[in-house]
Structure formats: C-alpha cells, structure tokens
Design a protein around this ligand. Structure first.
Ligand code: DAH
Length: 352
C-alpha cells in the first residue's frame, strides 16, 4: 500500500475510533486514543517516518496531507477531552443525588437571645400592663445620681459597701452600682405623677462564683397621690405569680436602703422545691429577689417633688438571678461566657 493510500485509510480509521470513544468518553479512553495517534511511537509519527523514504515531487504534497491529518487529530482530541470532563461532572452530580427541593435548615446560623434578654422582655411586658414606660440611664455616672441624690450621706459606709468602680476621682465619676440612678434622672426631668421601669447594666468590684463585676438590674418607680405600700405589695405579688406560677407566694421583710422608708426585701417561694427546702434556697424554702420601699422624702426633695402631696414606691431586682431561677441555670458563669452550646438551649426571638 502506498503512503497516500495508508493516509487515506487511517483518516477513516481515526473517525471510526473517535465515534467509538464518543460513546464512552472517559478520560482514560481519550488518553489511550491520544497515545495511539499522537504518541512518540503513534500512528502520526510512523507516517512521518515513512515520509522520509519518499522522494521527489511527492514528498511536500504528502507531507502537507500528513500535517493536515495531525491537526485534525489534535482538534478532535481537544474536543473529546472537554466532552470527557463534562461527562465526569455530570456523573458526579447524578451520583450525589442532591435534593434541591428540601427545605433550608431552620437552625442555619440562627442565633438565640440571652436568658437575661428573655426574662427582661417578660418583665417589661408585665409592667407595661400596669402602665409603666421604659427608661434608660447612663452607665458612667456622677456621684450625685448614683449616691448623693439617693440619700447616701457622704461618709455613709454604703458607698464602700457597694464596692464601687471609681472612674475619675475629681469629678466623682463612677460606673453605676445600681439602676437606682435612673430614678433621679427620670424624676428631675418629669413632674409627678410618674411610673417607669428601667433595665440596665450595673457594676461592682465583685468577682467570684456567685458575683460578676457586671450584672443586670431592673429598677421601677411609681409616684402619684395616695400611693401606698399595699399597692407595691399587690403589684409585685401579681407579677411574680404571672411569671413564675400562681402558687408562688411572696413575702416582704423589713430592710434598709437609704433612698426608701420603710424599706423591704422581697422573697418568693423557691421555684425548685416550692417551699420544701432544697440546695437552691439553702433549705429555707424562700429566695430573695428584690429590694423595695416607699420613696424617701429626702429623695423627693432632691428632685423637687412635693413630698406632702405625693407618695411613691420604688423597687430594684437582679435580672441575672431572675433568669437563672426562671430557666433553671445553676451556674452564674454560664451567663457571661458566651458558650455556644449553652445559648443554643434558648429560642431565637421572636420564637418560631
Ligand atoms: N439599688 C438597690 C441595690 O442595688 C436595690 C433597690 C432596693 C432598689 C430598694 C430600689 C429599692 O429601688 O427601693 O441593691
């Protein structure tokens, strides 16, 4: 067979082989085809070998034909390679069987609200039912609002008792030790009658298993004509029952705070043992939850309220403790560590 005849036949052969590979375009098969035709000892190489033996005028003519064959083999192989790649991708996709109609995971990157936020929201809701509005006040505070106007005498041990973070001595700036400072801001800015609650962060130089240097309080004040201690008792008892259950009793014990007279501390029946005595309530059956009392006449004087015409009550509670009781959290540190597993126990808000 002459070289030209071989060339012609191989052109046909190559097309047949390409058609064959197209039926099953795996990368390996395509590579075998390439080696067979374009490899160092492949068919195209042998054609060039034979060309060397050809003489005279024929040589450039046949040489061009071989070049044409090589180019068309190269082009076909490139095309086969991309078909093969696509084939592999398709195979992978059908293999995975990804069901794109499945709903998106509900927990995907979903955060949750902090227990303090949850309990605060509940308290705000309850107090709003009694017509209380919500106030805020500064966390960096002048001595006057945190202590002075609240009837703490200059040399009163309460100032040390509260273990205050002093920020700047000369201007007497402190990190507020309680949310009671908001009482003064609110009353100086509004004439009576007034009723508000004020949640916020407070700071004390305390840091151990049961104390954190920053914690949360909720303050409340109601001033009007004819307000009595009975109003305070009735409302606090009703709100505790609304949040913790109707069998949860409260009791008021006399106590002292410079800005109220009389002053009291409120206990509620232990949420865990319902009064029987357990580890949480130190076997007493009761849990202390807030301080309260009738606003002291000296405080009224400091905010220019007429203490002859008006009376009022005030109360303040620790929200971290309330959250721990409400959700059965037995370690204060959990409240501040930001542990993801802990926070995943709480629902996102609004609850879905
Ligand atoms: N401010 C007090 C504290 O931090 C709590 C408190 C007691 C607030 C009695 C009040 C109150 O409004 O009447 O311990």
């Amino acid at each position: 067979m002459s070289l030209l005849e071989t060339l012609k036949q191989w052109e046909g052969d190559f097309q047949t082989e390409v058609a064959q590979v197209q039926k099953n375009p795996e990368a390996e098969v395509v590579e075998q085809l390439r080696v067979r035709w374009l490899g160092r000892k492949g068919k195209v190489s042998t054609l060039y070998e034979q060309l060397k033996e050809l003489g005279g005028e024929e040589r450039p003519k046949v040489g061009k034909k071989i070049n044409d064959l090589r180019t068309s083999v190269e082009t076909s192989l490139e095309r086969l390679k991309s078909i093969s790649l696509q084939h592999a991708i398709d195979a992978k996709l059908t293999d995975r069987k990804l069901d794109t109609s499945l709903p998106v995971s509900r927990n995907f990157m979903g955060g949750s609200l902090h227990p303090v936020t949850l309990i605060r929201t509940q308290f705000l809701k309850e107090f709003r039912r009694y017509g209380f509005s919500v106030w805020e006040g500064p966390e960096l505070e002048f001595d006057f609002y945190n202590f002075g106007a609240l009837n703490f005498p200059d040399d009163h041990p309460s100032r040390d008792m509260q273990d205050t973070f002093f920020v700047a001595d000369r201007q007497k700036l402190v990190l507020r030790t309680h949310t009671s400072n908001i009482q003064i801001h609110a009353m100086l800015q509004n004439p009576p009658p007034i009723r508000f609650i004020a949640p916020g962060r407070v700071y004390r130089c305390d840091n151990d298993l049961t104390h954190s240097p920053m914690f949360h309080q909720l303050e409340g004040v109601l001033v009007d004509r004819g307000v009595s201690f009975a109003h305070l008792k009735g409302m606090i008892d009703a709100i505790v029952k609304a949040l913790f259950g109707h069998d949860v009793k409260t009791r008021f014990r006399p106590s002292f705070f410079p800005f109220v007279e009389p002053g009291a501390e409120v206990d509620m029946l232990c949420t865990l043992c319902r009064g029987k005595g357990c580890r949480v309530c130190s076997q007493t059956g009761w849990l202390e939850i807030m301080g309260c009392g009738m606003v002291h006449p000296n405080v009224f004087e400091n905010v220019n309220y007429d203490s002859e015409a008006y009376t009022g009550f005030a109360f303040g509670m620790g929200l971290d403790r309330m959250a721990m009781l409400a959700f059965g959290i037995d370690d204060l540190r959990l409240m501040f560590e930001g542990d993801e597993q802990f926070h995943n126990c709480f629902p996102v808000y609004p609850a879905r």
